[in-house]
Design a binder for this molecule. Sequence first.
Ligand code: BJ8
Length: 426
Amino acid sequence: MADYHRMWEGLGMDLATHDQLCAALPPAFEQVFLTQEDRPQGMDYFNMVIAEVHGLRIQELLDHKSRGGKIIGSFCIYVPEEIVLALGGIMVGLCAGSEFWVPSGEQVLPRNLCPLIKAGIGAKVSRTCPYFQSVDLVVGENTCDGKKKAWEVLGDMAPTYVMDLPNMKSEIGFSLFRKSMDDLVTKLEEVTGNRLAFDRLLSAIETVDRKRAVLQRLYETRKSPNLPISGLDMLLASQVAFYDDADRFISQATALSAECEERVKAGKSVFPAGTKRLLVTGTPIVVPNWKVHKIIETSGATVVVEENCTGTRYFESRVETAGASTVEELVDAIAHRYFDRIHCACFSPNEGRADDVIRLVREYGADGVVGLNLSFCTTYQVENEKLRKRLQAEGIPFLPLETDYASGDEGQLRTRIEAFVESLRP
Ligand code: BJ8
């Protein structure tokens, strides 16, 4: 990475602490990713994005701001990126997956809270995340208790807006969600200084749909008995989708898909025949949290699909724009896509998620399911019991795991995962 210290200084960052973070990431990345064999060549691009994650991409965001564009940060896939894009903004995911930021988060939040929230807020407290330092607005949402209260704390440090989301997938729930979309549009119009226009919104919907479609295309290759790409590499590509320029991501992921399809045709696999295939479901897995995928893929198994918000929940469904002729109708279509098709445990009941997990097990030929939840995420942990019963009724083996970003439990996790893999039928 080139020297970006002047840029970071201009963002008001704590340079000394940020240097420590920059020093820790490359060896961690190398140990997790570059030790894998026979990776697709198309992964070179994604390696580069991670190497430049606090450099080149930030420079691009600042260039966008210098042209009058705005940067909007988000922590949840219920925040509609199509609308941000249509208003001339760029949306970036601010969810943080590093233990590095947790102690700073604990300065202002309780320790017994989900690490994703502590790390996200800690990134701001410590002034060591250039994305957080660049955003013009953070759009939070009242999904789980931890997040909805954390926005009150964050509001004293950064411009923050909270989307009011319902708890139930009912008619009333949809009305509230739809109204929240309108309120968000008003807020984003105020921040960007632009009005939502039909053509721009339609074009933004098409761009984001193309991004989702290419992720779907990549995932399709993992349905093959011979796996062209590891779960770790696919996880990395999905994580990059939340930061990267949309058009460039689409082009690079398209090239990677074509390469993976060729590998499928040629019968090439990055894992030996007979490797156990696992579906991972649960809370989001955000950069640079690669811990459990790494353990699984060095324990005689591989991850073939992720049913979570950095996996299928993010890309599986499209916005249905057919017949829409007004901005209102396009916003309706967006609202339906998000409300009807994303099954988050913050909703009750949430049977759609178990339906998806069972369907995906069949589609991807998974031998078992790992329920991977972050510590103190109450909604997903409680939902595990319903999920366990549904999977048991289908004869699908299930391993619930709870962990955080620290490395202290890696040995214990490996023991449990190895025992689970061993127990799966040949
Ligand atoms: S749509 S999963 S991205 S809320 S922060 S709920 S892990 S305790 S992130 Fe999420 Fe939107 Fe739902 Fe997806 Fe649990 Fe932690 Fe809360 Fe979390």
